[in-house]
Ligand binder design. Structure first.
Ligand code: ADP
Length: 191
């Protein structure tokens, strides 16, 4: 099973990806988490990535593809969360997989109306007790959230069309457990 998992900010993608990886014994690769770890290493590249994330923009495709291809090296069962974020990345990934005689099993899209997702993000930040986590996710600041949705609409949403021949669309509203159940069911045909 080789899956890419995408959805808007606040769609619950991160939470669901962790559950799903457990349920199907997949390696969970999150480009967001990889980048956040790089920010902490104190290098110049880390600093540049940190500024990009804090602004709610996308890290450049060359860096992102490099990091992702390395992260999935040698893996045959993976769930990639947060990648691709645009059509150029999706194309590069298809070419890369083809070069290593592989291909995606499907593209999972977690569908949550944007108003709901935006409310969830605002709530998450306001209820967060751990201020260090707020610092870690500086991109959850209200002004930045807006920009992240713009970027999502412009760059990431077109993936629905790009993956139309292999998309699995799951309704992401409802409780986390309900959504996990729906996703696990939708993926059963490849288990
Ligand atoms: P969310 O899904 O909540 O927006 P992520 O953890 O997936 O957050 O990503 C956080 C940030 O990391 C993004 O806003 C972006 O700056 C950067 N990032 C993650 N994945 C990619 C990617 N595939 N391409 C470019 N930038 C990315």
């Amino acid at each position: 099973m080789r899956i890419v998992f995408f959805g808007s900010p606040g769609s619950g993608k991160g939470t669901q990806a962790a559950e799903l990886a457990k349920a199907y014994s997949l390696i969970h690769v999150s480009t967001g988490e990889i980048f956040r770890a790089k920010v902490l290493d104190g290098t110049r590249i880390g600093k540049r990535i940190g500024d990009t994330i804090a602004a709610g923009s996308l890290v450049d495709d060359i860096t992102t593809n490099y990091v992702l291809f390395k992260a999935i090296e040698g893996l045959n069962r993976f769930l990639v969360d947060g990648y691709p974020r645009n059509i150029a990345q999706a194309r590069s990934f298809d070419v890369h997989l083809k070069n290593i005689q592989s291909e995606l099993t499907c593209a999972l899209f977690l569908d949550v109306p944007m108003e709901v997702a935006e409310k969830r993000l605002m709530l998450r930040r306001s209820q967060r007790y751990d201020k260090i986590e707020n610092y870690r996710r500086a991109d959850d600041a209200p002004a930045v959230i807006h920009h992240r949705f713009d970027v999502y609409r412009r760059e990431t949403e077109p993936l629905i069309q790009y993956y139309s021949d292999r998309i699995i669309r799951v309704d992401g509203t409802g409780s986390p457990a309900e959504v996990t159940h729906k996703i696990v069911k939708a993926l059963q045909q490849w288990a």
